[in-house]
Design a protein around this ligand. Structure first.
Ligand SMILES: Nc1ncnc2c1ncn2[C@@H]1O[C@H](COP(=O)(O)OP(=O)(O)O)[C@@H](O)[C@H]1O
Ligand SMILES: [Mg+2]
Length: 248
């Protein structure tokens, strides 16, 4: 795969439509979305509940097929990909972070973060070693042998972010990653995501309800009723304290 330069499109949506159901239950979730997401940036996707944010990022992440439109991800026509080709593309290139962390309760933080590598066929020892290194970098070094119930919500979300990044995806997609967190943990998670995002060949898309985190994005896509309302481009707040010094 060719390397994309800084600020080249990571995702291009053209006329993306999504219709759920038929007849009386028909819902037009996306009514023609045109949007670009760029490498080296954090893109925030915002708008009221039900406006189509989760539907759009699920399509961008290859978890849902659009009803119509063209979608290019990292130079590949994702709307034309099916079956194992799509599964393999997703596994190699896309990481997903959910509102609820979805960690496996019996596994330690390091084992949880290692799961995608183990599934990809890596030796368990090597996978866990890679996970330990990544957990250090997200400020969870001292907690890597804890199981999820021994961790705070913010810590669990950081484990989930490490798990989403362990295979070095070029595109990270997060659906309301701070929604279940208190303000302080939410800021910590956003700062971590920003630090991860500021890499020339990687793009991060974050769905958020929380206007307090708008400052962390270069591009804010405002959605309403299945459409893009407007796109704001701004200088993001890159003044971050070192994670090591952060309260966990
Ligand atoms: N699987 C589904 N089946 C039927 N309708 C759905 C489905 N998923 C989402 N919708 C509908 O599509 C619209 C957009 O939903 P969603 O993308 O989840 O919005 P948001 O994430 O912005 O809250 C809503 O009206 C929702 O009810
Ligand atoms: Mg949603």
């Amino acid at each position: 795969m060719s390397q994309l330069a800084h600020h080249e499109p990571a995702v291009a949506c053209r006329g993306i439509e999504k219709v759920f159901g038929t007849g009386d239950t028909k819902t037009v979730a996306l009514a023609g979305v045109d949007a670009d997401v760029f490498c080296g940036e954090t893109t925030l996707l915002v708008g009221p509940s039900g406006c189509g944010k989760t539907t759009l990022i699920s399509i961008i992440a290859g978890l849902l097929n659009p009803s119509a439109g063209e979608l290019t991800v990292l130079g590949h026509p994702l709307n034309q990909m099916r079956g194992s080709k799509l599964v393999n593309f997703r596994a190699a290139n896309i990481g997903f972070v959910f509102q609820q962390y979805n960690l496996l309760p019996a596994l330690t933080a390091a084992e949880n973060a290692a799961v995608p590598l183990v599934i990809a066929g890596e030796y368990r020892g090597k996978a866990v070693a890679a996970a330990r290194e990544l957990l250090e970098s997200v400020g969870l070094g001292p907690r890597m042998n804890a199981i999820p119930s021994q961790l705070s919500g913010g810590q669990q979300q950081r484990v989930a972010i490490a798990r989403a990044l362990i295979h070095k995806p070029r595109l990270l997609v997060c659906d309301e990653p701070t929604a279940a967190l208190d303000a302080h943990s939410g800021q910590t998670v956003m700062q971590l995501l920003r630090r991860v995002a500021v890499q020339p060949d990687r793009a991060v898309i974050i769905v958020t309800h929380d206007s307090r985190v708008y400052r962390y994005g270069e591009r804010i896509i405002h959605m309403s009723d299945g459409r893009i309302e407007r796109i704001d481009v701004q200088q993001a707040d890159v003044d971050e304290p070192a994670l090591a010094g952060m309260e966990t």
